[in-house]
Design a protein around this ligand. Structure first.
Ligand code: NAD
Ligand code: UGA
Length: 433
């Protein structure tokens, strides 16, 4: 069985490498030639721990290749994993034009049975549109199936997540598609849940929205804690011990960012709207999340009063640690706000600075990209913790205090213990405690 992976972005590249590692013969393809050139040479265009090693190992084994030739990739593959982007439109709905474009190309190249697998996150009923599109545009009356196989990997732990899934959801409507999918994921036999296609599509949107809801809930509770001498870390721990609640995704902070939670919550609201279902619950989840960066900026104001001309270090730019991804990163809104108020910024992130330079180019003396966390905090009036990279957790507080102009830390991720930071001589602002 030959598998084609269409779109080798954050999900597609991991999927191509992961499927090859499961022993399949895989070809990855993308419209961006640079991504394909790099992948062919064993280089990843994204920072994702473990990905490059696995990519190189599978290229060496000879069962993984990459090509910009989409038509060829379609023709030589029996199964096609569609991993293209489904970005948000202004009204919140997912832009399905990339999926439609790929469906048409599949139709034009359909010369033998193919199974088309939706790996991208798509609105429920998308499979019907893919089927209709392929049927309308195919040149030969050849049989095909569509399946849904939503992806649950997290950036930063994507390789581990792909190879150690909690569950593999397979949405199918024919025995042939079911057999092929079960064969592909045979190694995860005990983790597989087979459903109809619509159920699989809904599982993905419902899962992301539920996790986003947990985060907005705990963030709202953190506001309550702050006004009442309760401690959000203890509250989350106390709640999380109940297995019905679970301890994960109860970290209060700057709200959820990334390319998926914000977009998928809004997409589900829109799907509901179109079907006459009011997802007011999710509208609030979204609103609470939008306000998190304002809450944080208020803390910075409380610490520094006037922000004009204040020198501020921002530690962490990526939307979460272990990735270079800055899509919907809270850092972007924070930087925008602080620049608007005339602050001078020293920015540092272990992986995401090149990406951030495309939004905020280096512009001394107002916007400075620094080589290390220590360089960034040197001489500043306050340090802001925006992403919880391990290297910030391990920072030497004594040295920090020595080199900062004023010992003020505003921590949006609660990476320090308040007692310890205060004992080290800092004024310390954190979330919900
Ligand atoms: P991405 O933008 O990193 O990757 C999409 C890739 O598709 C890009 O490289 C783009 O060039 C390519 N592409 C677009 N049109 C193409 C075409 N016609 N032919 C070939 N390639 C084409 O996006 P992503 O983060 O990988 O997300 C992809 C999908 O997976 C989205 O629907 C997303 O919601 C979903 N998803 C993402 C994650 C994640 O952690 N990023 C996790 C689970 C699901
Ligand atoms: C998320 C889901 O966890 C994946 O299962 C899913 O496949 C993916 O979205 C997707 O569909 O794209 P990801 O966005 O990579 O993965 O990262 P998460 O670890 O889920 O974090 C998302 C955001 O929530 C980050 O900004 C993070 O800082 C924030 N977060 C997470 C919190 O604020 N608190 C928490 O307790 C957990």
């Amino acid at each position: 069985m030959k598998i084609g992976v269409i779109g080798t972005g954050y999900v597609g590249l991991v999927t191509a490498v992961g499927l090859a590692d499961l022993g399949h013969d895989v070809i990855g393809t993308d419209v961006v030639a640079e991504k394909i050139e790099l992948a062919s040479k064993g280089k990843s265009h994204i920072y994702e721990p473990g990905l490059e090693n696995l990519l190189q190992a599978n290229l060496k084994k000879g069962n993984l290749s990459f090509s910009v030739d989409l038509d060829k990739a379609i023709r030589i593959s029996d199964v096609l994993f569609v991993c293209v982007n489904t970005p948000p439109r202004d009204d919140g709905s997912a832009d399905m034009s990339y999926v439609e474009g790929v469906s048409r190309r599949i139709a034009e190249n359909l010369d033998d049975y193919k199974l088309v697998v939706e790996k991208s996150t798509v609105p429920v009923k998308t499979s019907s549109w893919i089927k209709r599109t392929i049927s309308l545009y195919r040149k030969k009356n050849v049989d095909f199936d569509v399946a849904s196989n939503p992806e649950f990997l997290r950036e930063g732990t994507a390789v581990h997540d792909f190879l150690n899934p909690d569950r593999v959801i397979i949405g199918v409507e024919t025995d042939k598609a079911r057999e092929l999918m079960l064969k592909i994921y045979a190694k995860f036999n005990d983790k597989i849940l087979v459903t109809n296609i619509e159920t699989a599509e809904v599982i993905k949107h419902a899962s992301n929205s539920f996790l986003a809801m947990k985060i907005s809930f705990i963030n709202l509770i953190s506001d309550l804690c702050e006004k009442t001498d309760a401690d959000i870390e203890q509250v989350a721990k106390g709640m999380g011990h109940d297995p019905r609640i679970g301890s994960q995704f109860l970290r209060a902070g700057l709200g959820y960012g990334g390319s998926c939670f914000p977009k998928d919550v809004r997409a589900l609201i829109k799907i509901g709207e179109d079907l006459g279902i009011d997802f007011n619950l999710l509208k609030q989840v979204d609103l609470i999340n939008i306000k998190r960066t304002n809450v944080f900026i208020e803390k910075v104001r409380k610490a520094l009063w006037i922000l004009k001309e204040k020198k501020i270090a921002i530690l962490g730019l990526s939307f979460k640690p272990q990735t270079d991804d800055i899509r919907n990163a809270p850092s972007i809104k924070i930087i925008e706000n602080l620049l608007c108020e005339g602050a001078v910024l020293n920015l540092y992130d272990p992986q995401a600075m090149d990406n951030m330079k495309e939004i905020f180019p280096e512009d001394p003396p107002r916007i400075n990209y620094m080589n290390s966390a220590y360089d960034a905090v040197n001489g500043v009036n306050a340090t802001l913790i925006v992403t919880e990279w391990d290297e910030f957790k391990e920072i030497d507080l004594g040295e920090l205090k020595r080199i900062m102009a004023n010992p003020i830390i505003v921590d949006g991720r609660n990476i320090f213990k308040p007692d310890i930071v205060k004992e080290s001589g800092f004024e310390y602002y954190s979330i919900g405690r």
